[in-house]
Design a protein around this ligand. Structure first.
Ligand code: FE2
Length: 145
């Protein structure tokens, strides 16, 4: 079966933008093009183009001198990606992975993981958290050689 193109608002780049925008709003109270550019390591002109595209897709409202706000649709997508980021980070942290490795891996994984796999990892994580000896055993096998 041919794979379907990603629906609008679900590309890796779109998810990275929405994730950073929501995080900026949550931590600073607002998100500006300059802040997004700095977080993503992308030129401001490129960020402006993308923000205009996200506005056209109905994911946010952008006004040049007033910054931007997420629409309900944009916020739903942003919360979803943040939730995936959080769950995958928690999972790798339990396994004793280094923080910078966690961040690097999760930034890739969060865009590709299916809801089905995410639910399985969520269930596995909650089981692991009730079995500290098993966690210790996994950690020593993973890091002990
Ligand atoms: Fe992320």
């Amino acid at each position: 079966m041919p794979s379907k193109p990603a629906p609008p608002g679900r590309s890796t780049a779109v998810e990275d933008y929405l994730e950073q925008i929501l995080d900026l709003i949550n931590t600073k109270g607002y998100a500006r093009v300059a802040d997004i550019a700095q977080r993503l390591g992308i030129a401001q002109a490129s960020v402006t183009n993308m923000v205009q595209r996200l506005d056209a897709e109905g994911l946010l409202k952008y006004e040049k001198y007033r910054g931007l706000v997420l629409t309900t649709a944009g916020e739903t997508l942003a919360r979803n990606i943040m939730r995936r980021h959080q769950l995958l980070s928690d999972f790798l942290r339990v396994l004793g992975i280094d923080e910078e490795v966690i961040y690097h891996d999760v930034e890739g994984m969060e865009h590709h993981i299916s809801p089905q796999t995410l639910r399985a990892i969520e269930a596995l994580l909650s089981e692991l958290q009730q079995h500290p000896r098993l966690i210790a055993q996994i950690k020593s096998q993973a890091h002990g050689n």
